[in-house]
Design a protein around this ligand. Structure first.
Ligand code: ATP
Ligand code: MG
Length: 248
């Protein structure tokens, strides 16, 4: 089957230090891939590099379908359907949640001026989705992440994913800092988007989210390289034995 996201020989440098070394991965439409790995392994650097974070120097190939993105800025990648939920979402004072989400959606459908009816419909959908994620109605009128609890920030990342319905969703520790109900709600949200046209790359430290989402592939990243790949059983092996068995 053709890949939806295809990564080939990706090198990523921060300043002059190479963090990711010749990494290759292929995500088929409909698949869920999980990346686990010790602190500092390069998981977030990989996620940021895929999304086109400007502070990184990258070489190799990153493709969505047939489109080569290695030199594309983040907004082009987003328009092609890539989405990143950050490990540490930024606070953005003066920008309301509802405005960010509306603008992001408009950017995905250029040339289509939203009418009042569709704006009201989108807003109502946003409120419904935020309720499903355990967020109250007033939430969308607040400044992005300003004063949000750790768990609320994570829920907002998922709310954005639900609104944008990306083709390639990269979720960097969507479950960290969440209470047990939050993990289940976020897993439900991810599952509700799962279909044969999207793929997910989920970075996590905890097999607990994998109680609710069954990954097709689990990869272990260590020192910027994939050192093992397998099925869901790999996540449980890590929980039992730690990473030392996989370190090179
Ligand atoms: N801007 C930077 N300047 C210097 N070093 C950096 C920078 N960004 C990342 N690094 C280094 O790159 C390595 C990988 O960091 P990264 O955040 O990708 O790890 P991670 O696998 O996501 O870890 P964690 O599980 O703790 O989130 C670390 O050693 C980190 O200190
Ligand atoms: Mg990280």
């Amino acid at each position: 089957m053709n890949s939806l996201l295809s990564i080939k020989n990706l090198d990523v440098c921060v300043q002059s230090k190479e963090i990711i070394h010749s990494l290759s991965m292929s995500l088929e439409p409909g698949s869920v891939h999980v990346i686990m790995g010790p602190n500092g392994a390069g998981k977030s650097t990989l996620a940021l590099a895929l999304m086109g974070y400007p502070g990184l120097r990258t070489s190799g190939s990153i493709k969505i379908g047939a489109d080569e993105l290695i030199k594309a800025p983040a907004d082009v990648r987003a328009k092609l359907g890539m989405f990143l939920a950050f490990q540490n979402p930024e606070e953005i004072e003066g920008v309301k949640v509802s405005n960010l989400m509306r603008k992001a959606k408009e950017a995905r459908t250029p040339g289509k001026e939203p009418d009042l009816d569709s704006m009201v419909k989108d807003r109502n959908e946003m409120i419904e989705e935020s309720k499903k994620l355990g967020l109250n109605e007033g939430f969308i009128t607040r400044d992005i992440n300003v004063g949000f609890s750790g768990g609320e920030k994570k829920r907002l990342e998922i709310l954005q994913m639900m609104a944008l319905k990306p083709k390639v969703a990269i979720l960097d520790e969507p479950d960290s800092g969440l209470d047990v109900d939050g993990v289940r709600l976020i897993a439900d949200a991810i599952r509700s988007l799962q279909d044969g046209n999207r793929c997910f790359l989920i970075i996590t430290h905890y097999p607990r989210i994998l109680k609710y989402i069954t990954p097709d592939h689990v990869h272990i990243l260590s020192k910027g390289r994939i050192v093992a790949s397998g099925g869901p059983e790999l996540a449980h092996k890590i929980e039992e034995k730690g990473y030392s068995a996989f370190m090179k």
